[in-house]
Design a binder for this molecule. Structure first.
Ligand SMILES: Nc1ncnc2c1ncn2[C@@H]1O[C@H](COP(=O)(O)OP(=O)(O)OP(=O)(O)O)[C@@H](O)[C@H]1O
Length: 298
């Protein structure tokens, strides 16, 4: 049974198709990266999944059923625009939010303290939200999203405002949830940050699904799209490629669909460049996005 399925969901505002005919599914114990540049339609997709807005066509199933109050209790949703009551104590806020999802207060309190310990904030449990730094507040928001042990967590921009130590802490926490058979959807325009964690990827661009499926399969499909070259001298202009970054004797080249590795090698040899290394590299999701969309993401 899929934790979530969307079947051809479409959202139109005015004359603009914001999300077009989007189908995706996610199983238990999987993480999906919902990725794409600003304005791609990620938040609109999540709002349709959460039943905050209705699709103009298509349908969403949560645990095989349309969204209802019971399904809502199995989801933890952390929107991009977040807010906790700033004057309330952290522990009280967490217990209150968990009780809204059907948890009894003493279990919620114990779980809140356990999770605060995990994110390094147990010493702050009795403080008010307004006494925390922005990053600490983000961690408390994350705790509030997972406290009721949801089967599915949907997190918009999971790493915004976090320093590298806390980014790693949140990644570790998410991987732990995954190992407990939970499912997560992480929405972000920062592709490289979620790449190492995701089993599945749904990439949007201007409301269209441009890439979808298992990350390993996708990387395999695009594996000869990226080249790395170590060189001496002035790197030449290349024809028929999607992107070239060349600096300090190292070049990163993203091919477009029709150019081959050999085409590039011939161009480089003909230019007289001194080549020390010429290698087909595993593309990042960002590289794949550039080769599909023909432009940079960030
Ligand atoms: N209520 C609305 N009315 C009209 N247009 C909207 C509405 N909500 C979103 N849009 C438009 O839909 C497009 C997609 O927005 P959305 O917030 O889904 O993108 P996103 O991928 O989440 O972007 P970001 O990474 O910047 O958060 C944008 O062009 C936005 O202006």
């Amino acid at each position: 049974m899929s934790v979530i399925e969307t079947h051809g969901i479409t959202k139109i505002y005015g004359r603009n198709v914001i999300v077009n005919d989007l189908s995706l599914s996610l199983e238990r114990g999987q993480i999906m990266g919902l990725i794409g540049p600003n304005g791609a339609g990620k938040t609109t997709t999540i709002r349709m999944i959460m039943d905050i807005i209705k699709p103009d066509s298509g349908k969403v199933l949560i645990l095989d059923k349309p969204m209802d109050a019971d399904a809502q209790n199995h989801i933890g949703y952390l929107p991009e625009e977040r807010g906790l009551y700033r004057k309330q104590k952290i522990i009280d806020s967490l217990v209150y939010l968990a009780s809204l999802k059907g948890m009894n207060p003493s279990a919620a309190r114990a779980r809140a303290l356990e999770l605060l310990e995990k994110v390094g904030l147990s010493a702050h449990a009795e403080k008010k939200i307004e006494q925390l730094s922005h990053g600490m507040g983000q961690l408390v928001q994350l705790v509030s999203t997972i406290i009721h042990d949801p089967a599915l967590m949907i997190i918009d921009e999971p790493f915004n405002g976090l320093d590298p130590v806390n980014v790693q802490l949140v990644k570790d926490l998410m991987m732990e949830l995954r190992s407990q058979n939970k499912s997560l959807i992480l929405s972000t325009h920062r592709m490289n940050e979620v790449e190492e964690m995701c089993d599945r990827v749904c990439m949007l661009n201007k409301g269209q699904q441009v890439l979808y499926g298992n990350l390993a399969d996708i990387k395999n499909r695009y594996r000869s799209n990226t080249l790395e070259v170590d060189y001496d001298g002035e790197f030449p202009r290349l024809d028929k490629i999607s992107d070239l970054q060349a600096k300090n004797g190292k070049a990163h080249i993203i091919l477009n669909g029709s150019t081959t590795t050999q085409d590039v090698l011939v161009q480089l040899v003909n230019s007289g460049l001194v080549i020390h290394r010429f290698e087909v590299a595993t593309p990042t999701l960002n590289d794949i996005f550039i080769s599909i969309a023909g432009k940079k993401n960030v």
